[in-house]
Design a protein around this ligand. Structure first.
Ligand SMILES: Nc1ncnc2c1ncn2[C@@H]1O[C@H](COP(=O)(O)OP(=O)(O)OP(=O)(O)O)[C@@H](O)[C@H]1O
Ligand SMILES: [Mg+2]
Length: 183
């Protein structure tokens, strides 16, 4: 995986596949503590207990189209490459929480990539799912909650081109105050 954004897209895709109606993506970025924590939490179907211990193993998947699952083990690899780690907590019928901790000063730390575009893709492709996103630095915080946006939009769909453009602008402006957001 080239960057953190692609990991986010990929791990959130597991939540979509698990039938989640709400997906929270939280980043806590603390350079002075050399800590970057990515958390993705969903209210999907959860991972059965016997599978849970295997999901960080690159040779495990519940897919039937090929016999290796990559998403979680690649994320774990990326985190471990920097001296960090990954944990997966899950309860069947309740949901799943994936937490990856990175050491951003490490030479193998992946770049952030385009988090704004990743969020837009997730939102546009899954209008029925509510996305909560936060990016927290010690002194600044950015929060986006599509549940609130949808309530304000009333009957206008969040996938309408005008709304997506506004969202893109807002992400570039507001998230852009905290991290670089590519054009
Ligand atoms: N959020 C989640 N909710 C429920 N089950 C999950 C979740 N995340 C992962 N799983 C289960 O863990 C397995 C491994 O996930 P992983 O992303 O590593 O591989 P994959 O999704 O099977 O394949 P790939 O990501 O390479 O397309 C999945 O097949 C699925 O059964
Ligand atoms: Mg996957």
């Amino acid at each position: 995986m080239k960057d953190i954004s692609l990991h986010i897209l990929d791990i959130a895709q597991n939540s979509v596949a698990a039938g989640a109606t709400r997906i929270a993506i939280r980043i806590t970025d603390n350079a002075s503590e050399d800590s970057f924590v990515l958390e993705i939490e969903d209210n999907g179907s959860g991972i059965p207990r016997d599978l849970l211990e295997k999901v960080l193993d690159p040779f495990f998947t519940s897919r039937t189209t090929r016999n290796v699952g990559l998403g979680l083990s690649l994320l774990a690899q990326s985190a471990r490459d920097t001296g960090g780690d990954v944990s997966v907590e899950s309860e069947e019928g309740a949901g799943t929480r994936v937490r990856a901790r990175f050491r951003p000063s490490h030479i193998d730390m992946k770049p952030l990539g385009n988090i704004a575009d990743t969020l837009l893709v997730l939102i546009a492709a899954n209008p029925m799912i509510d996305f909560f996103f936060s990016y927290e630095k010690p002194s600044k915080r950015y929060v986006l909650d599509t549940q609130e946006i949808k309530a304000q939009l009333e009957e206008v769909p969040i996938t309408s081109p005008d709304v997506l453009l506004l969202l893109k602008d807002e992400l570039r402006k507001s998230l852009g105050r905290i991290i670089p957001v590519p054009e």
